[in-house]
Design a binder for this molecule. Structure first.
Ligand SMILES: Cc1cc2nc3c(=O)[nH]c(=O)nc-3n(C[C@H](O)[C@H](O)[C@H](O)COP(=O)(O)OP(=O)(O)OC[C@H]3O[C@@H](n4cnc5c(N)ncnc54)[C@H](O)[C@@H]3O)c2cc1C
Length: 534
């Protein structure tokens, strides 16, 4: 008998579990794989010991500033974050580069080399959006969402709120075309929007790029690989008495008197829960696969069936073991380029986006735009002494030519094409490669069935699936349709990627429902919105 049971040991589940265990609850987490951490995966190449690859997440945005990172004392549990000052370089065919630095003035200078007007627009938007990010967007992401109508009414009362609503009304594409003039800058800004899995055509997201411009949170990497963060989270869970069962796949959520009371596993074990069952999985798994049809009302089942995954969510990965890091030709003029945390290749013009989207819709491979890193330039522990690992990712459709299984034959051919583009920019790769492998969106889904159709966001942001209506109306408060059933995965607000916030927000809801004292809980988003000055 446990106080609660969590399904899936992704980072959101572990964040939730650690908070509740710290509060004194006895909580079990069931995970189907042999490791905890979900997308916080670092694998050792089985053919080449010592070469580590972060096959799922690598860039962790402003991770060490997350409230749970501090509350759970993850540095004491072994996590160390690195944030190279030169954050991102978009390398162009002509050897020029558009750059993003932690030091804002360096980014402005890079923008100015393309367009003085755009450099000024960058400054202006950052200034206008800084208070919006601090007073509205960050508090909203770090607590359960406020109902749409109530939110709108509160936002309309303040100048900052009205400006946010006005900017949001645009799509990211409209925002960029309206506010910036240079096609490379427009392309670079939309790239970041895509990196956060937002559809560039989607109205309601016009504020997204402005928020990214204003945010001081840059890409970071975890020393030792992404799995080191998972290990720190596991350590926090264990220290507080939590239990994680690996290779343990739930088969059914047990319900008694309209309350979730336990879990039966595929191996035939039964676990009971006094207070709650919380799913870190997607809505299809939670409500359709793990629950009997008669236990889920028809209307709720329909909403689950309508839950959509992200067309531009899947990533294709090319991973290299190297004798030496890539040496970019462009670095001969600008040596900093060999030390950028993220390098983007193949993106030259904003015109490429409609083409890429079109290919995704048709299930075909677009001309390559890819981005990646050489982690070992910043952290030698991820390869044997003197050796290196590097990777590139590309957004490619899950249904390749109508069938995801086509990836099994096509993936290495495509990997070679990516390598050809990479070598064009970094010719030394031709003789530095020890070995390589690829991973397709189908491989992602096989590893993590919750990332259905390879969707790393675990549910698109379109189809109304945002904020109070994520994953769907009625379930936006991390609660299921019956007592004691909760959701804490990326299908809940604020969505996917390594933020830990769905788990953090769910911990606030469960603590409140169980009357658990939670001194760590932030002021609710509603209170922040009420405080906005007219
Ligand atoms: C190729 C790739 C690159 C990425 N890069 C980045 C990046 O650089 N930065 C970033 O922020 N994000 C990145 N992501 C996205 C990020 O990994 C996910 O959004 C994040 O891991 C979701 O976290 P989660 O806790 O919700 O669930 P997950 O991390 O998906 O964890 C879910 C857990 O549930 C388990 N599970 C699934 N089904 C069952 C079941 N039936 N029973 C029991 N357990 C189950 C899984 O094994 C897994 O451990 C990337 C993803 C991919 C695929």
């Amino acid at each position: 008998m446990y106080d609660g049971i969590i399904l899936g040991a992704g980072h959101n589940s572990l964040v939730l579990q650690a908070y509740l265990c710290k509060a004194g609850l006895k909580v079990l987490c069931l995970e189907r794989r042999d490791t905890a951490g979900g997308g916080l995966t670092t694998v050792e190449d089985p053919k080449h010991p010592g070469f580590l690859h972060n096959t799922h997440s690598f860039y962790h945005r402003a991770l060490n500033r997350m409230p749970w990172y501090k509350d759970l004392e993850l540095e004491r549990h072994g996590a160390v974050y690195i944030e190279p000052d030169f954050n991102v370089a978009l390398l162009l065919n002509n050897g020029e580069s558009l750059e993003w630095w932690t030091r804002f003035e360096n980014t402005v200078a890079s923008f100015a080399r393309f367009s003085k007007k755009d450099a000024q627009a960058l400054r202006d938007w950052r200034e206008r959006f800084l208070p919006i990010v601090d007073k509205i967007l960050i508090p909203e992401s770090q607590s359960p969402p406020v109902p749409d109508e109530q939110r709108r009414k509160l936002l309309e009362k303040s100048q900052e709120g009205r400006f946010l609503l006005e900017t949001s009304a645009l799509s990211p594409l409209e925002f960029v075309l309206q506010e910036f003039e240079h096609p490379v800058i427009q392309a670079g800004l939309l790239f970041f929007n895509g990196l956060r899995e937002v559809d560039l055509r989607c109205k309601g997201f016009g504020h997204h790029i402005a928020a990214l411009l204003a945010s001081s949170g840059k890409a970071q990497m975890c020393k030792g690989g992404s799995a080191a963060l998972a290990q720190a989270l596991v350590s926090a869970v264990i220290e507080n008495g939590g239990e994680i069962r690996l290779k343990s796949e739930p088969k059914r959520i047990l319900i008694k008197n309209e309350k979730a009371v336990g879990v039966e596993t595929a191996a035939g074990e039964f676990f009971e829960a006094r207070h709650f069952i919380c799913s870190g999985l997607n809505p299809h798994q939670t409500f359709l696969e793990l629950m009997n049809e008669e236990d889920v009302p028809k209307g709720w089942r329909e909403k689950v069936k309508n839950f959509r995954y992200n067309l531009i969510g899947p990533l294709f990965g090319l991973n290299l073991n190297l004798h030496a890091p890539p040496k970019y030709t462009a670095a001969e003029k600008n040596p900093d380029l060999d030390r950028a945390l993220m390098v983007i290749l193949g993106l030259e013009h904003i015109r490429q986006y409609p083409e890429i989207v079109h290919h995704h819709e048709r299930g075909t491979i677009p001309p390559t735009v890819m981005w990646g890193s050489c982690p070992t330039v910043f952290d030698g522990s991820q390869a044997p002494a003197g050796k290196h690992t590097a990777f590139m990712w590309e957004k490619l459709p899950y249904h390749l030519n109508g069938d995801p299984k086509n990836w099994d034959n096509a993936k290495d051919v495509h990997g070679k094409n990516m390598l050809a583009l990479w070598t064009k920019h970094a010719p030394n790769l031709e003789h530095e490669i020890i070995d390589w492998f690829t991973r397709s969106a189908l491989d992602t889904e096989r590893t993590f069935p919750n990332m259905k159709e390879g969707d790393l966001l675990v549910g698109t942001f379109t189809n109304g699936q945002i904020g109070y209506h994520r994953p769907f109306p009625g379930a936006g408060h991390y609660r299921g349709h019956i007592k004691g059933l909760y959701l804490c995965g990326s299908s809940s607000h604020p969505g996917g990627n390594i933020t830990g916030l769905p788990g953090y927000n769910c911990a606030q809801v469960i603590s409140s429902d169980l009357n658990i004292h939670a001194p760590w809980a932030p002021e609710p988003a509603l209170e922040h919105l009420k405080k906005l000055r007219r």
